[in-house]
Design a protein around this ligand. Structure first.
Ligand SMILES: [Zn+2]
Length: 113
C-alpha cells in the first residue's frame, strides 16, 4: 500500500467506527424515547420520568456528537479524493502529521483552530 492508500484505509476504518457509534446511539435513544413515553403515560410528575428526561438530553447530545464525527469523516474522505486532505482550509498550509494523528478529520491546523 502506498501512503495515499494507507491514509484512505485508515480514514475509512475510522468512518466505519463513527457510523457504528451513530447507529448504536440512535438505538439507545429510541429505546429511551419509548421508556419515557410509557413513564409519562403513568404520571406526569413521576420522578422516574424526570430522570429519563435528563438521560435523554445527555444521550441526544452524544448522538449529535457522533453524527458530527461521521460528517467530518465523510468530509475528510472527500478531501482526500480531491488531494486536499491534510491541508489547512484556513491558511492553506500543511497540517502537521502529529496533529492529524490526534484528530484525523481535522480541517485546519492547530494555529488556525
Ligand atoms: Zn492553518
Amino acid at each position: 500500500m502506498n501512503e495515499q492508500e494507507e491514509l484512505r484505509a485508515g480514514l475509512a476504518e475510522a468512518r466505519r467506527r463513527a457510523a457504528e457509534r451513530v447507529a448504536k446511539r440512535e438505538d439507545g435513544l429510541r429505546a429511551l424515547t419509548r421508556a419515557r413515553r410509557s413513564a409519562s403515560d403513568d404520571d406526569e410528575h413521576d420522578p422516574e420520568g424526570e430522570t429519563l428526561s435528563a438521560q435523554w438530553s445527555l444521550r441526544a447530545g452524544l448522538l449529535a456528537d457522533a453524527r458530527e464525527t461521521l460528517r467530518q469523516a465523510d468530509a475528510a474522505l472527500e478531501r482526500l479524493g480531491r488531494g486536499e486532505y491534510g491541508i489547512c482550509r484556513v491558511c492553506g498550509g500543511p497540517i502537521p502529521p502529529a496533529q492529524l494523528e490526534v484528530r484525523p478529520f481535522r480541517e485546519s491546523c492547530v494555529a488556525c483552530g
